[in-house]
Design a protein around this ligand. Structure first.
Ligand code: FE
Length: 280
């Protein structure tokens, strides 16, 4: 039997305003890249007030990363420089590879509640210049595995016999939406070399028997190990679990662009200025 992963760090995000005026909680960012590698950024959204988010994220560039937007509830209209447009709806996920460069907009629409997150997955140095693309993963494409402790949605990677709609083309990423019943225990065998964290959307839980439990709206990063174990609190627990092997490459981060060197960032912003940023 394996080594259970212990809690390494608990991160409480900060309230921020981004885009044209979207209130969000920035959970992960430039300060957490070393420990959370290959995951760069995590923004969490939870609002019942459309004024908090309908100003949206008008046209802006990305390069060098993948942005993964997962909505438990909500509606985001989007369009991009490849000519794609569409909507991310309740339970759906947009997996967007910015690669060599994309310009897009993300505009949340007014709904009773917007509940979801955006995770940035870094691209390996060798893949920073791949063709941009996006994958529209509808809710019906995400397998839901019902078990005694609760339900596991498989967005990316595999859980038991269930394969997600993607495995991650560059960083092989496991991304699960786990809803546990009150006091349920749940275990997951894990790649010992992967970075693994969860973001608690609702409820609370404890790890390795440690008390007190960790409450919602926090990211919990775990040490290496080959098994993840959690016990849900008295009202149950819902969390998104992300895991992937670290890249251990230098990071140069400039707003929506994440490269390996300052020169590459300077080049990107020069290209934005002279309108040569988009290659595809
Ligand atoms: Fe964006």
């Amino acid at each position: 039997m394996g080594k259970i992963r212990n809690v390494r760090r608990i991160v409480t995000g900060t309230n921020q305003v981004d885009g044209a005026g979207v209130k969000l909680v920035r959970v992960l960012g430039p300060d957490t890249t070393q420990e959370f590698d290959p995951f760069l950024m995590l923004d969490a959204f939870d609002s019942r007030n459309p004024a908090d988010y309908t100003k949206g994220f008008p046209w802006h560039p990305h390069r060098g990363i993948e942005t993964v937007t997962y909505l438990i509830e909500g509606d985001i209209e989007h369009g991009d420089s490849l000519g794609n447009n569409g909507r991310i709806l309740d339970g759906g996920c947009q997996w967007m590879t910015a690669g060599s460069g994309i310009i897009h907009q993300e505009m949340p629409q007014a709904r009773p509640r917007m509940l979801g997150l955006q995770l940035w997955v870094n691209l390996p140095r060798k893949d920073k210049w791949v063709r941009p693309q996006y994958r529209d993963i509808k809710a019906a494409m995400i397998p839901k595995v019902d078990e005694a402790p609760g339900t596991v949605g498989v967005i990316s990677g595999a859980y038991g016999q269930a394969n997600g709609a993607t495995q991650g083309d560059y960083v092989k990423a496991l991304l699960l939406d786990v809803a546990l019943k009150p006091e349920a225990t749940w275990n997951l065998p894990t790649d010992p070399q992967s970075t693994l964290f969860i973001y608690i959307v609702d409820g609370e839980g404890s790890f390795g028997g440690a008390k007190p439990s960790v409450k919602s709206r926090r990211a919990v990063l775990f040490h290496e190990g080959d098994e993840f174990a959690v016990q849900a609190g008295p009202t149950g627990m819902r969390f998104v679990l992300a895991a992937g092997r670290p890249l251990r490459e230098p990071i140069a981060w400039g707003g929506p662009i994440v490269m390996n060197t300052q020169e590459e960032l300077d080049q990107a912003f020069a290209e934005l200025d002279n309108k040569t940023f988009i290659r595809e």
